[in-house]
Design a protein around this ligand. Structure first.
Ligand code: PLP
Length: 390
């Protein structure tokens, strides 16, 4: 399997067939597993083999198929599948940190990630330094000899700031700190976390893996030692495991992820080209487009800018809401990476609870709209956006 391309591995990776030889992956909707004898039960609790399961909170054959398939797609040895992206973020951080540890994190983060880092870890005595993730000198200055862990979104949600991952990984590894990349925006198809040396990539599989707005899920990917060591120990005893039905839909979704994400990314670029310079838009950002100040870095790290772009609509909140309310093909919602195109107003929804000063610092302005590009005909999407802009 290792010799095959990622696209092929996304179709076949991790497959485990039952005695019936089914073509489509079986859904093992079971929490428990039976043992032939009491001795066999005892032996499995001492050391379970790779195809031996104990309890679905620890692992399940359908979930394991998904874990292996996703790890292969991302270029990591192993993966632990979680109930949601946030279960993965909170689980990985809590599994690896203790009181007194120092963490350096990019400040441009998804609201819930910021809550876990500042509010939750803060209560347990973890010191967190927030930096401008686009500023390599700021990373160098903040990472100290006693820094235990570095965290960032490889491309930030929603402001699409790009972290120079090779630089940050090098700075972190120089002091022996672990690097955790929240890779939701980068997409599993274009992910470069493994290539750049991030120790762990965390994925909200709710996004591009499901890709059809159905299932919550998350995943922690890394070396076998890390995943089957501290991560599995923490996750299996604290209950953040993915359920088998979510794993099964995710397995089927991985079969099409390469086609879907490439089509969505191509449409996103077309939309960026079509809207750039529009008189009702005061700023446009897409990591793969010249209007993004970090286009060169974005395209040096990844083959594509992904499936999400942002625009700033003229006229502040009022102009922005009028635009959103006129959209007919784009739906107003707060997920992204769905087959259906979605427009989000971060300042009043996903990032509402941030203090105004932090919104200002991050560029989450009243006119900012996050556009998640779906699988519709891009011509329809462009016409919809143009009509709504007026
Ligand atoms: C959506 C998202 C999460 C959380 O994922 P859920 O599956 O909604 O829990 C975490 N980080 C980033 C960057 C996200 O976009």
């Amino acid at each position: 399997m290792d010799k095959l391309s990622k696209r092929t591995r996304a179709v076949h990776g991790g497959t485990r067939r039952s005695q019936y030889g089914e073509v489509s992956e079986a859904l093992f909707l079971t929490q428990g597993f039976v043992y032939d004898t009491a001795e066999a039960a005892e032996a499995r609790f001492v050391a379970a083999g790779p195809d031996e399961f104990i309890y679905a909170r620890y692992g399940n054959p359908t979930v394991r198929m998904f874990e292996d398939r996703l790890a292969g797609l991302l270029g990591y040895e192993d993966c632990f599948a979680c109930a949601s992206g946030m279960a993965a973020v909170a689980g990985a951080l809590t599994a690896l940190l203790k009181a007194g540890d120092h963490v350096v994190s990019a400040r441009a983060l998804f609201g819930s990630c910021l809550y876990v880092l500042q509010d939750v870890l803060g209560r347990f005595g973890v010191e967190v330094t927030l930096v401008d993730g686009t500023d390599n000198a700021a990373w160098d200055a903040a990472i100290r000899p006693d820094t235990r862990l570095v965290f960032f979104e490889s491309i930030s949600n929603p402001t699409l700031e790009v972290v120079d991952m090779r630089h940050v990984v090098q700075a972190a590894h120089r002091v022996g700190a672990l690097v955790l990349a929240d890779d939701a925006m980068a997409t599993p198809v274009f992910s470069y976390a493994a290539e750049c040396g991030a120790d762990i990539a965390i994925i909200s599989t709710t996004k591009h893996v499901d890709g059809q707005g159905r299932m919550l899920g998350g995943a922690i990917c890394g070396s076998r030692e890390m995943i089957r060591g501290p991560i599995e120990s923490y996750m299996k005893h604290t209950g953040g495991a993915m359920n088998p039905f979510a794993a099964w839909t995710h397995l089927k979704s991985l079969e099409t992820i390469d086609l879907r994400v490439r089509a969505q990314a191509a449409s996103a670029l077309q939309i960026a080209d079509a809207l750039a310079g529009h008189p009702r838009i005061t700023a446009l950002r897409y990591p793969g487009h010249a209007a993004h100040p970090q286009q060169a870095l974005a395209l040096a790290q990844a083959e594509s800018g992904g499936t999400v772009l942002t625009i700033e609509v003229a006229g502040g909140r009022e102009g922005c809401f009028a635009f959103l309310n006129r959209l007919e093909v784009f739906t107003i919602s707060n997920n992204f990476a769905d087959a259906k195109s979605i427009a989000t107003h971060p300042a009043t929804t996903t990032h509402q609870r941030l203090p105004q000063a932090q919104k200002d610092l991050l560029g989450i302005t009243p006119g900012l709209v996050r556009l998640s590009v779906g699988l519709e005909d891009p011509a329809d999407l462009i016409a919809d956006l143009r009509a709504a802009l007026g």
